[in-house]
Design a binder for this molecule. Structure first.
Ligand code: NDP
Length: 290
């Protein structure tokens, strides 16, 4: 069994990007600049955004963090987005989700200039991804594709089950793994809360991508011997023994499933760091695609 080590792989990606930045600088070219808008005080969102700023520092990108208070109105946020769209120094930016309830997420995503949409959530970029055209792919599926590629995990002709159909993880994942290239060429079944006999469906899978947000949902009896298991789930549970006061649980019963499978991503240290690395890759892509 091979542990797909997202921590080590993402460190490798950051080192490669840092080398690219050095080359850009030596050639007198612009280095990528990533901005992030954070609205409100959600603890997890703050942690994610701060990590993105640290990643930028490590690889040598410029970074800007725009913190707006919880009570920011939709029109104020749209103004901030408009400003970033017109800021020539900013190559790409993200609006950290979730947004406070009084703000229409779709309106916000539509306002982002697709050329700067490094999260890949704008319909123009979703459309390009679906057509397999060069674009920004949402960071989590992109991170998964990257780790499969770097570990040479076989995907061609494999039966793949994706559990969860969100626009940011499950749905794009199902599209990417069915595409006509590596890693892809899978026969994909996209499952969700209305799927019948999910246990039996999973049992036939060569690859399972669990992205539903229910700790320990995928148990050993649902997994075929030798399957590849990608655990996307992150659920925070209180843990007073940790400095942070919480620990992270994945959607897979790791210890039991690990004894049966051929590849597995741990939580933490699997898909999470790959998601962060994918955002850094997308930000470099802005320069490469322009
Ligand atoms: P959503 O809540 O948006 O979607 C969950 C999906 O799971 C839905 O499609 C839902 O079905 C499906 N689902 C829920 N319960 C079941 C069930 N019992 N059986 C089958 N399907 C079920 O979640 P996200 O996609 O945003 O995130 C999923 C998980 O991944 C979360 O734990 C999240 O924290 C984590 N995550 C991790 C990231 C990382 O970097 N590692 C990045 C992003 C997310 P239906 O559509 O029918 O409601």
């Amino acid at each position: 069994m091979v542990v797909l080590d997202g921590k080590a792989t993402s460190a490798q990606i950051r080192a490669e990007l840092a080398e690219k930045v050095k080359v850009l600088k030596a050639e007198g070219k612009k280095v990528p600049h990533l901005a992030a808008i954070l609205v409100g005080e959600d603890g997890a969102s703050r942690t994610y955004v701060n990590a993105k700023v640290r990643d930028c520092e490590e690889v040598g990108y410029g970074s800007t963090l725009i913190k707006l208070p919880e009570e920011t109105s939709e029109s104020e946020l749209l103004k901030a987005i408009h400003k970033l769209n017109n800021d020539e120094d900013v190559d790409g930016y993200i609006v950290q989700l979730p947004l406070p309830n009084h703000i229409d997420e779709t309106k916000v995503l539509l306002a982002i200039d697709p050329k700067k949409d490094v999260d890949g959530f704008h319909p123009e970029n979703v459309g390009k991804m679906t057509l397999n055209l060069p674009t920004y792919i949402p960071a989590t599926p992109q991170g998964i594709v990257e780790i499969l590629r770097r570990y040479n995990v076989p995907t061609e002709g494999k039966d793949c089950v994706v559990i969860g159909r969100s626009q940011i993880v499950g749905s794009p994942m199902s599209i990417l793994l069915s595409q006509h290239n590596y890693p892809g060429n899978c026969t994909v079944t996209l499952c969700h809360s209305r799927t019948k006999n999910l246990r039996q469906v999973c049992k036939k899978a060569d690859i399972i991508v669990a992205a539903l947000g229910q700790p320990g949902f995928v148990t050993a009896d649902m997994v075929k011997e030798g399957a590849c298991i990608i655990d996307v789930g992150i659920t925070r549970v209180d843990d007073s023994s940790k400095k942070s006061g919480f620990r992270l649980l994945g959607d897979v019963d790791y210890n039991a499933v690990a004894t049966k499978c051929s590849y597995i991503t741990p939580v933490p240290g699997g898909v999470g760091p790959m998601t962060r690395a994918a955002l850094m890759l997308n930000t470099m892509k802005v320069i490469e695609l322009s």
